[in-house]
Write a new protein. Structure first.
Lengths: 622, 736
């Protein structure tokens, strides 16, 4: 493929049609990329209005809020302008395969942009950044968010690297947002040095993988692996493994997973609580999505996706097929309501030749399953098991280390930094069962595992945003971030303390709070996949170990979360405390309550969230 | 209003939570108002329970029924097969009533709480919701949620309102229970992903099989789960079928049309459609009969099958409209199998395992099917038992209890001892044994050993205490040992010819002990609290002569302590004697030890009475504060004492009457399981000498060679009769 071809392909993909002129079809790459474009425009607008005199008086918050809101809105709208129906989103490789637009990327992007909306509101209420810094900081945040969205939808190792950098570089600056504070500068420097190192290693890993496989396009890479992995010499396998490990270094850095978490406590302590909220939620969510993408890229052959411009035609065709069926089926008085399920079937047909793995009849169907699972080659299976064990190991270590290290902390931000390390571990635990399930030929279990991860991410967003919002508001009111200074706070602002308590219990994973739902879903996936592997000749015992250690970690994490709760509720107030300066009845209080409510009451009905997450994971594995 | 189980049971469970909301809206400086409203809500719970379960018509609890009553099943999280499912039987009903009563009395005792009354009341009410929920939940997930819900308020109730070392005690309590519940969660997940309702359906009477071992309707499955095992229970709605034959996806023109008439099939030549009208509760055999009775329909089904298909094709049910669509979504598609000659042979059995959190279905799976392998059951039993044993508490997991009890404020101690400990016992009897009988059978000596060890150790430890409250706390460890022992007496083995009556007696004794201990220990803690409120110390050696200063209080206290001691005529006696008697059939050494514990119990209680209430003069500080008990205090103690006497004198009328049928069913079922599943194989192998020699001798009658010809499945009537005649049943003793 020469340069000319490449450019013309890119143009065709971008417009969604091969016609001349500047017309864009409904499902062009640009249409799928619209939320990111809106973010780009917002950044430009924020910076541009400052050129004019009147523009200086416009609070950048309003532009940012509007931009984030529109972007979120666009992300949940389908290309046809109606609310996205998950069943109509089919996998589409956009911009010549650099990015992929599928249900999972739509879901994660919606989560990220929803977070961005809440985040801008939060920064307005907490007063950081102030009006002077607003345009700069919001530009950085938005730029970083674009990078995060790209991470969630990368389909190409180079794109992965670019996205990670796009997300990271603004974060380095954000960590140093509080100008003139030594800790903030230290945080920014540490973060930048660490990030640069990790990125370098990752790039090296990418080049190794590219050298062995001859491609950096993830689906092609998988196909190459499946075709050739068995014939690799020992040296080639080693280089490939090394490349994988090095890519994992870059991912672990973004995830702040053990042993690449060292930046995390320092950065969290030095940076402001607002930045912490961004790093701990958005950055982590996107990094997990990227981990899933890479894991799938290395281990699971995805069904072939459509190209931009083809999708509408395909859907139309499928609908015609469906309506034929309907005609036949609805001749009875009470016909078929042809909503759900039909596009689903169409998708199945589209996937063609892929036999459906699950036979249900456990004893009997097993051999077939296995045969299906090892479609491709034993080589791909080895890759899956290797990746699953590697990720499981990192997950367990992050979890345990984060929980143990959190014990001795006295600064609440530092403590929560270790808590986010532990939670990264819990969330990573969803990936190994996903890979193993894909290997055993249970695509629906793999979808379950991914769905549970999505559930966890959604809930985690509220928990951590709430926690850091409270920390920021209390910092404004009390000028302190030491846990000891929260003593007896319940006598001063009971409402916010109750919210903080609920969030802490939720982070432990106690029912009936929402954190339990995420943990339950992930543990359930691990148990499910272990259960189905137990009967085979190659049981995934490490999943059982991971399950038990995950459970043990839950108990382990009790102490330090509970310590914050204890200090706030049980300990007496310090002598001579002056007024706290925080009033429960305020916009800040309302924001905290609004964020806490989903945490407290999601248990009443969380089926919809699980359904959405499952829809997001649909067809990724079959 | 009380006729709908959904409303009634939800009301009983969530009334306290509503109360918590109400209390949250009241001004926080009016302490008496807050306490009064809280007391009123705890009282309302009892009123609702009494009106609903004992008075009114259709929802009242019928002691003669041994299965779940008032059960309902509402969809909650369909994608995980989680249902909002509550119900009660003879095991949970007495515990619910106990919870309601003890909550009222504990709230009455809460007038001694002076600080942060509003927060206290809110947490107290949330705690009550958690406790009631645990006893009523029949969905394992829901059970787990309630189990943990109760943990959060308890942490604060001990941690904020407790004694000097309250923070230590609170976190210790929290940590122990959390570890137990994490183990429980792992066990729950293991069981859930191995469960398969289809297997239960196979051995049930779902398709009209007579004498099936599982009565399908007793499982209270939700319609969406039923649909996946081949049963349509929705009252209206339409199904459209399309044929998915072996090698094509051609639609078959069949529609199910909802209606309230008979299940019938008809063929419409114009649209080339077979319509099958289904009614509530349609099963595969109904559809089979309906299709076959209409020759044309059968012919069309036959004609629609592709030529050359070798036996069965399957007809997939596509979309459902109206009220059925939700179920369809949850379950994918139903399948109707069509045999080659055109008859519909099965309706709608899902081709994937149908998981379930339904405790009743899991029970059936554990005992009647093989979906839970013995190994799985063993592990699940161990994990669950540890979780529950922490709560009971049994040694060596009991060390949280003395701390928590001593540090907790008096009313919370009453709740802890009176209700919370019973959750452990309830979990063992409701979940461990029925769902994992393999584990229970293999570990019966371990369980009984733990029970006896707790009794002995608790009694000795109580003897050694100088802290009055700590002594009572250790007495709880000892008394709850009887519960574990009684539940674990798996005497229905081959040696006793699968006679379940001893075990039945043991379980009844354990249940009675739970109720009795709920009364007596709540009373003892309250009595300790009354005197602690006055003199602010609990040192047993610094009391004395309280009889002279507080005569009424002392009389009631001695009565309640005697109830704890197990004096005949009071509520502690029946449970202990049942358990000890039942153990004689199981293991003589354990029985001797457990009987001997009564002496130790008498020793520490009598010694405590002597040191506190009798004697010539008071040896401790604050003698001037020893004023007679107030009316409120006497009322609470009096109520408990009256209950102790009533339960001791009329045990059958007040307690056993409600539980014996359910316990009998459960124990009988497990005994049957022991015979037909667990010990079946060795018996067949060794029938030669076993049956011909031992059985006739044991039963004292000419019993034919029992299991040789008929196989282990057929119950042998003479055998059971012989055993019954020889052994005193629980009922006989209960009537004394």
């Amino acid at each position: 493929m020469n340069l000319h071809e490449l450019v013309s392909n890119l143009v065709i993909d971008t417009k969604g049609s091969a016609d001349g002129g500047m017309s864009f079809t409904a499902d062009s790459s640009v249409g799928a990329f619209m939320p990111e474009l809106v973010l780009c425009l917002t950044i430009l607008l924020m910076l541009f209005v400052r050129v004019f005199n009147f523009g200086r008086f416009i609070d950048a918050f309003y532009i940012a809020f509007l931009g984030a809101g529109i972007s979120f809105f666009v992300s949940i709208l389908g290309t046809d302008g109606a609310l996205t129906d998950p069943s109509t989103v089919s996998r589409m490789e956009i911009f010549t395969g650099m990015l992929v637009y599928d249900k999972f990327s739509v879901f994660i992007r919606a989560i990220l942009l929803l977070f961005l909306v809440l985040f801008t509101v939060f920064t307005k209420l907490s007063g950081i950044p102030d009006k002077e810094d607003g345009p700069d900081i919001y530009s950085l945040v938005f730029g970083s968010t674009i990078g995060l969205c790209l991470m969630a939808s990368s389909n190409h190792l180079l794109m992965i690297f670019m996205a990670v950098e796009m997300a990271s570089v603004p974060s380095y600056v954000m960590a140093g947002m509080l100008k003139g504070r030594r800790e903030a500068s230290e945080a920014a420097l540490k973060y930048a040095v660490y990030g640069a190192g990790a990125a370098g290693v990752m790039l090296y890993g990418i080049s190794l993988v590219a050298g062995i496989l001859g491609t950096v396009h993830l689906p092609t890479m998988t196909a190459q692996l499946a075709a050739n992995a068995a014939t690799f010499s020992g040296g080639e396998s080693m280089v490939l493994g090394l490349g994988g490990l090095m890519i994992m270094v870059g991912l672990a850095f973004k995830l702040s997973a053990f042993p690449f978490h060292f930046w995390c406590p320092d950065v969290f302590e030095g940076a402001s609580a607002e930045v912490n909220a961004f790093l701990s939620v958005a950055s982590k969510a996107a990094a997990l999505a990227l981990l899933v993408r890479v894991a799938i890229g290395f281990g699971v052959e995805v069904p072939e996706g459509v190209k931009p411009g083809e999708r509408t035609a395909m859907l139309a065709q499928a609908n015609v097929g469906e309506s034929d069926k309907e005609l036949l089926a609805t001749t009875g008085a009470n016909g078929v309501a042809g909503d759900e399920g039909h596009p689903h079937e169409a998708g199945e047909e589209h996937a063609g030749g892929h036999p459906h793995g699950l036979d249900g009849d456990a004893a009997h169907g097993h051999d077939d399953d296995h045969a299906h699972g090892s479609v491709g080659s034993a080589g791909l299976s080895n890759v899956r098991w290797f990746a699953a064990k590697l990720i499981a190991l990192l997950a367990i270590l992050s979890c345990t280390f984060g929980n143990l290290a959190a014990y001795g902390q006295t600064n609440v931000k530092r403590l929560l930094a270790y808590s986010t390390i532990a939670h990264a571990g819990y969330m990573m635990m969803a990936v190994p069962p996903m890979l193993i399930a894909a290997d055993l030929g249970f695509p629906n279990m793999a979808e379950n595992a991914l769905g549970s991860l999505s559930v966890y991410i959604s809930i985690y967003m509220f928990m951590n945003l709430g926690a850091f919002a409270i920390i920021a508001f209390l910092r404004n009111a009390m000028r302190t971030e030491e846990i000891a200074d929260y003593a007896g706070l319940i006598r001063r602002c009971p409402c916010i303390v109750v919210c903080f308590t609920l969030i802490m219990f939720s982070l432990i994973g106690m029912p009936p709070l929402a954190g339990f739902i995420g943990k339950f879903a992930i543990f359930a996936s691990i148990a499910e996949v272990y259960g189905s592997s137990a009967g085979t000749d190659n049981p995934a015992t490490f999943l059982l170990i991971m399950l038990v250690l995950g459970g043990a970690n839950t108990a382990l994490s009790l102490f330090y979360y509970l310590r914050i709760v204890k200090v706030m509720t049980i300990d007496p107030e310090p002598e001579g405390r002056e007024s706290v300066g925080f009033n429960d009845v305020s916009w800040q209080g309302a924001f905290v309550i609004a964020i806490t409510l989903p945490t407290a009451f999601l248990i009443v009905s969380w089926g919809w969230l699980h359904d959405w997450a499952m829809a997001a994971a649909e067809h990724l594995f079959s | 209003m009380f006729d709908s189980p959904l409303i009634l049971l939800s009301l009983v469970v969530f009334l306290p939570a509503i109360g918590a909301l109400v209390v949250a809206c009241l001004p926080s400086d009016k302490d008496d108002l807050l306490r009064g409203v809280t007391l009123a809500f705890t009282f309302l719970v009892l009123v609702a329970a009494v009106l609903g379960f004992l008075m009114s018509g259709s929802s009242s609890f019928d002691p003669a029924v041994g299965t779940m009553q008032n059960a309902f099943n509402v969809e909650w999280i369909p994608s995980f097969d989680i249902y909002y499912m509550l119900g009660m039987d003879g095991i949970s009903f007495p515990l619910v009533m106990l919870t309601a009563v003890v909550s009222i009395l504990a709230m009455g005792a809460s007038w001694s709480i002076k600080k942060h009354v509003k927060a206290y009341c809110i947490l107290f009410l949330l705690l009550e919701t958690g406790m009631l929920g645990v006893f009523l939940a029949l969905d394992f997930f829901l059970f787990y949620v309630f189990w943990e819900v109760m943990l959060l308020p308890m942490y604060f109730l001990i941690g904020v309102w407790g004694g000097e070392r309250r923070e230590y005690a609170a976190i210790k309590f929290f940590l122990y229970t959390l570890v137990g519940s994490v183990l429980m969660l792992i066990a729950i997940l293991m069981l859930y992903f191995n469960s398969d309702v289809r297997e239960v359906a196979k051995v049930s009477n779902i398709n009209g099989t007579p004498n099936a071992s599982v009565v399908w309707n007793d499982l209270k499955m939700a319609p969406s789960a039923e649909a996946r095992v081949g049963r349509v229970t929705t009252k209206s709605g339409a199904l459209a079928l399309s044929l998915k034959s072996l090698d094509s996806h051609e639609p078959l023109n069949v529609a199910f049309v909802g209606g309230d008439g008979d299940t019938k099939a008809s063929y419409d030549g114009v649209s080339n459609t077979v319509s099958i009208e289904i009614i509530f509760g349609t099963t595969a055999s109904d559809v089979l009969a309906a299709v076959n009775s209409d020759p044309q329909s059968a012919a069309v089904l036959y004609a629609s099958l592709p030529a050359g298909s070798d036996g069965t094709g399957s007809v997939g049910v596509g979309d459902l409209n109206g009220s059925l669509s939700a179920e369809d979504e949850a379950s994918g598609s139903y399948l109707v199998e069509v045999s080659k000659d055109g008859t519909v042979i099965a309706l709608a059995v899902s081709d994937q395992p149908v998981h379930s959190f339904n405790i009743l279905a899991m029970t059936a799976m554990g005992q009647k099917t093989e979906v839970f392998s013995p190994q799985l059951q063993w592990w699940a039993f161990v994990l669950l038992f540890i979780g529950f044993a922490i709560k009971v508490p049994s040694i060596p997991l009991h060390t949280w209890l003395p701390d928590a009890h001593v540090q907790a404020p008096t009313p919370i101690s009453m709740i802890l001892a009176g209700v919370l400990l019973k959750m452990g016992g309830y979990g063992i009897i409701r979940i461990c044994y029925p769902i994992c009988p393999h584990g229970g059978y293999d570990l019966m000596y371990v369980v009984c050993g733990i029970g006896v060890a707790s009794m002995v150790y608790g009694a000795f430890a109580a003897l050694a205490q100088t802290d009055f409250k700590r002594m009572v706390a250790y007495s709880s460890v000892s008394h709850m040992g009887y519960v574990v022992l009684g539940l674990g007496v798996w005497s229905a083995t081959k040696e006793l010819a699968y006679d379940s009556s001893f075990w039945n007696m043991g379980v009844q004794g354990a249940m009675f002990q739970m109720i009795g201990h709920g009364i007596s220990s709540a009373g003892m803690f309250f009595m300790v609290g009354v005197v602690y409120d006055r003199v602010h110390h609990r040192n047993l050696n610094e009391f004395g002569a309280l009889f002279a200063k507080m005569p009424v209080y002392t009389a009631l206290a001695i009565g309640l302590f005697f109830a704890g001691l197990g004096l005949p005529g009071l509520c502690g006696f029946i449970g202990e004697v049942f358990v000890v008697l039942s153990v004689f059939a199981f293991s003589i050494p354990l029985a001797v030890i457990s009987a001997a514990v009564v002496i130790l119990t008498a020793a520490y209680i009598l010694w405590a009475i002597q040191r506190v209430y009798l004697g010539a003069d008071y040896k401790g500080p604050h003698e001037e504060a020893l004023v007679p008990a107030t009316t409120r205090e006497n009322l609470i103690a009096g109520t408990l004492f009256v209950l102790a006497i009533l339960f001791g004198v009329f045990p059958h009328f007040f307690v056993l009457n409600y539980m014996e049928k359910t316990i009998g069913n459960q124990v009988e079922s497990l005994a049957d399981w022991t015979k037909t599943v667990k010990e079946a194989k060795p018996e067949v192998a060794a029938h030669g000498d076993e049956n011909s020699e031992e059985h006739p001798a044991e039963n004292g009658g000419p019993v034919p060679n029992v299991n040789e010809d008929n196989g282990p499945v057929t119950p042998e009537v003479p055998e059971v009769d012989g055993a019954d005649a020889r052994v005193p049943t629980g009922e006989l003793i209960a009537g004394q």
